[in-house]
Design a protein around this ligand. Structure first.
Ligand code: ADP
Ligand code: F6P
Length: 319
C-alpha cells in the first residue's frame, strides 16, 4: 500500500479535523502518500483530490468543522456512481480510503468496499448513534455545548420561575439529551427510546412547584421533536410561563474538547495501522476504553443498546 485518501462526509462534527490530522500524520510517518478529498463523496465523484503533507494538517487540531469540507451526496446511493468513484480512486493511484462520518457515510464505504476499494471508517458524528462504539468523535463537544446552553437557560428560567423546554440534536438517538440532562440536572428528559406522557409531565411540574422548585428544565431530543407545541401545552395546562429553545446547529460547531481530540487521535492512528495490516471494510471505535476495529457490515447491523441505567439515574436525581 502506497497511497491513502481521506474524506469527511455527512454532518460535520467537532474533532473531525483532529481525526484527519491523525490519519495524515500516521500515514506519512509510515511512508505513505496522502490525498485529501474535498466535500465527501460529492468531491470524490468530481475528482476533488489534493495531495496532503504534514503541514497540510498543521494548526487544525483545535478547530471545529472539517478542513476537507463535507457534503451529503444522494447520487452516491446509485451503483453506477460508486463504480465511477472506484475508477477515480484507481486513476489517482489511491490504494485505500478513510471515511470519517456517521452510519450513512459508512454505508457508502461498505458499498465501495464491495467494488474492491479498501476502506476504513472513523465514527464522526455528534449523534453518538453508532452501536459498535461507546462514543463517536464530536459527541463530547456537542454535549458540552448543550450543557453550556442549559446552564444559561437555567439562570433566566430561575429568575422568571419559568419552565424551559430545550430541544437538542441527535436524529433518532437520545444520547445528547440524556447525557446533557444528567450533567445539567434537568427535571425531565424526553427521548425517542422511552415513552412519554405530556399530562404526567404537567403533573410533575405542578408537584415540583408545590415542593418549591424555582424552574423546570425539560430536555427534548430531536427524534421526539415538537418543543414549541410542548411548551404551549405545558403553559396551558399548568399556567406556568414556558419557553421553548431549539439549540440547532450551534451544537455542531466549536473547538473540540480534549476528550474528542484524544479519541480522534487514537482512532485515526489505528485506522492507518489497520490498513497497513492489510485489512479492509473495517470501522474503528472505542469499547471499554479500548480501541477496536470491527467488520463494517457487522458494525452497521449491530443494534444500539440504550443506556437504561443512566436514564433511571436521571429519574432518581431529578425530583
Ligand atoms: P451520516 O454519515 O452523518 O450518517 P448521512 O446519512 O447524510 O450522514 O450520509 C452521508 C452520505 O453518505 C450521504 O449523503 C451519501 O453520500 C452517503 N450514503 C448514505 N446512505 C447511503 C447509501 N445507502 N448508499 C450509498 N451511500 C450512502
Ligand atoms: O447527524 C448529525 C446531525 O446534526 C443530526 O443531529 C441532525 O438531525 C442532522 O445532522 C442535521 O442535518 P443538517 O445539517 O443537514 O441540517
Amino acid at each position: 500500500m502506497k497511497k491513502i485518501a481521506i474524506l469527511t462526509s455527512g454532518g460535520d462534527a467537532p474533532g473531525m479535523n483532529a481525526a484527519i490530522r491523525a490519519v495524515a500524520r500516521t500515514a506519512i510517518h509510515n511512508g505513505l502518500e496522502v490525498v485529501g478529498i474535498q466535500r465527501g463523496y460529492a468531491g470524490l465523484i468530481n475528482g476533488e483530490l489534493t495531495p496532503m503533507d504534514r503541514r497540510s494538517v498543521s494548526d487544525i487540531i483545535q478547530r471545529g468543522g472539517t478542513v476537507l469540507r463535507t457534503a451529503r451526496c444522494l447520487e452516491f446511493k446509485k451503483e453506477e456512481v460508486r463504480e465511477r468513484a472506484a475508477k477515480i480512486l484507481k486513476t489517482y493511484g489511491v490504494d485505500a480510503l478513510v471515511v470519517i462520518g456517521g452510519d450513512g457515510s459508512f454505508t457508502g464505504a461498505k458499498l465501495l468496499s464491495k467494488l474492491g476499494v479498501k476502506t476504513v471508517g472513523l465514527p464522526g458524528t455528534i449523534d453518538n448513534d453508532l452501536a459498535y462504539t461507546d462514543f463517536t468523535i464530536g459527541f463530547d463537544t456537542a454535549l458540552n455545548t448543550v450543557l453550556d446552553a442549559i446552564n444559561k437557560l437555567r439562570d433566566t428560567s430561575t429568575s422568571h420561575e419559568r419552565v424551559s423546554v430545550v430541544e437538542v440534536m441527535g436524529r433518532n438517538c437520545g444520547d445528547l439529551a440524556l447525557y446533557a440532562g444528567v450533567a445539567g440536572g434537568a427535571e425531565s428528559i424526553i427521548i425517542p427510546e422511552k415513552g412519554f406522557d405530556r399530562d404526567e409531565l404537567c403533573r410533575q411540574i405542578l408537584e415540583g412547584k408545590k415542593d418549591g422548585k424555582m424552574h423546570n428544565l425539560i430536555l427534548v431530543a430531536e427524534g421526539v421533536g415538537g418543543a414549541d407545541d410542548l411548551a404551549k401545552y405545558i403553559e396551558e395546562i399548568t399556567g406556568i410561563e414556558t419557553r421553548a429553545t431549539i439549540l440547532g446547529h450551534i451544537q455542531r460547531g466549536g473547538s473540540p474538547t480534549a476528550f474528542d481530540r484524544v479519541l480522534a487521535s487514537r482512532l485515526g492512528h489505528r485506522a492507518v495501522e489497520v490498513l497497513l495490516e492489510g485489512k479492509t471494510a473495517r470501522v474503528i471505535g472505542l469499547r471499554n476504553n479500548q480501541v477496536i476495529d470491527d467488520d463494517i457490515d457487522e458494525a452497521l447491523a449491530m443494534e444500539r443498546k440504550f443506556d437504561d441505567q443512566l436514564f433511571k439515574i436521571s429519574e432518581a436525581l431529578s425530583n
